[in-house]
Every structure is written in C-alpha cells, then in structure tokens.
Design a protein around this ligand. Structure first.
Ligand code: ZN
Length: 147
C-alpha cells in the first residue's frame, strides 16, 4: 500500500503585484519560505539598531583581521571590493564567472600592460581572448593530470 500523498498547503500570502503566492507552505507552517518568519526583514523596514550595530562591529573586526593578515603578508589583497576598470562584466553563470576570474588572474600575472582591447578590432580581441582561454585550459588540464 502506498502512503497517502500529503495534501500540499499553498502559502497564499498577498504578493507585491496584488495576487496571492502560489508556493507550497513549509511543513508546520501556513506560509512559504519567502513569506513566513524565516523570510527576514521586508524591504523598506528599518534594520533593528542592535542588529545593525552587530553587523557593523562584525565587519570592523573582519577588516581588522584582513589588514593584519595583509600586513603580515599572508594575503595579497583584502577580499571583495570593486572590479578593476576596463574589465568586461562578470557572467551570471557561476562556472563561467569562475573561469573568467581564473583567466583574469592569469592575465594580470602575465602583466599584460595593454588595457583590455585597446586599439584592437572586435575580431582581434576575440582571437586574443580565445588564445588566452585555450592556454589557460591547457594549463589546467596539465595541472589536473599532475605531470
Ligand atoms: Zn509565499
């Protein structure tokens, strides 16, 4: 005998467009993960002062640690921050983004003095980027083989 399928409860919260939410409610709840107590602070609602103070304090401590690590030479640069000027935007796909970062790191290590695509036609840029990507791919294949 198969187990009776649980009847799925629908969230039904009023949405910003005026309709009602069609997402299945969480177990033991009448609302979905986006509309129940786990959903977090709604937009436009001020952050609680103690939460804000804790967030700022945590960030300050992290920055202190990073500055110490940088001064001690453990890290090259404090993570995060703005992307370098002249670089193409990062892809929305995680894998492609990862590959873009790898390529950009290798390109910066090679100290390509020329700025991205300066004085080149689109075709030349594509050709150069392809060559770079192939070399990076070859390098990573070699690394993975371990020869
Ligand atoms: Zn909902």
């Amino acid at each position: 005998m198969t187990r009776a399928r649980e009847k799925m409860r629908i969230c039904g919260a009023r949405t910003r467009t005026g309709g009602s939410c069609r997402v299945n409610a969480l177990p033991q709840s009448t609302r979905c993960r986006l509309h129940g107590g786990n959903a977090g602070r709604p937009r436009g609602t001020p952050e609680h002062p103690s939460s804000k103070a804790a967030r700022i304090e945590g960030r300050r401590r992290w920055l202190d640690r990073m500055r110490e690590a940088k001064a001690a030479g453990q890290i090259e640069k404090i993570p995060g921050g703005r992307r370098a000027k002249g670089l193409p935007p990062l892809s929305k796909d995680r894998k492609i983004r990862e590959a873009q970062r790898m390529i950009e790191k290798m390109m910066s290590e090679r100290a390509v003095a020329r700025r991205w695509g300066e004085g080149l036609t689109k075709a030349e840029r594509l050709s150069e980027a392809t060559d770079e990507a192939l070399e990076v791919a070859r390098g990573s294949i070699r690394e993975n083989r371990g020869c």
